[in-house]
Design a protein around this ligand. Sequence first.
Ligand code: FES
Length: 104
Amino acid sequence: PELIVVTREGEERTLSADVGLSVMEVIRDAGIDEMLALCGGCCSCATCHVHVEPGFFEKLPPVTDDESDLLDGSDHRDSQSRLSCQLLMSEALNGMRVTLAKED
Ligand code: FES
């Protein structure tokens, strides 16, 4: 599946993603260094915060309490916010666009 990433500068990149990798891993592995992912994907840092476009947001698994607590620590949380390390790529998410959240 393809994943579309919008960087903080507004540059849009289309990445080809392997099913089962997290959205965070796909972005990081593409060399987009705005994706800090400091905790390596164990849902404890919130530096993988993204905004998911409407239409795809609804297809994602629900936000866990841990994820929600971390997102609450961000000044930039909105109704489309997710931690990208918690989102696994699947064919159903082909063409999903995510925007990297501003740095806190
Ligand atoms: Fe740390 Fe996602 S990479 S919470």
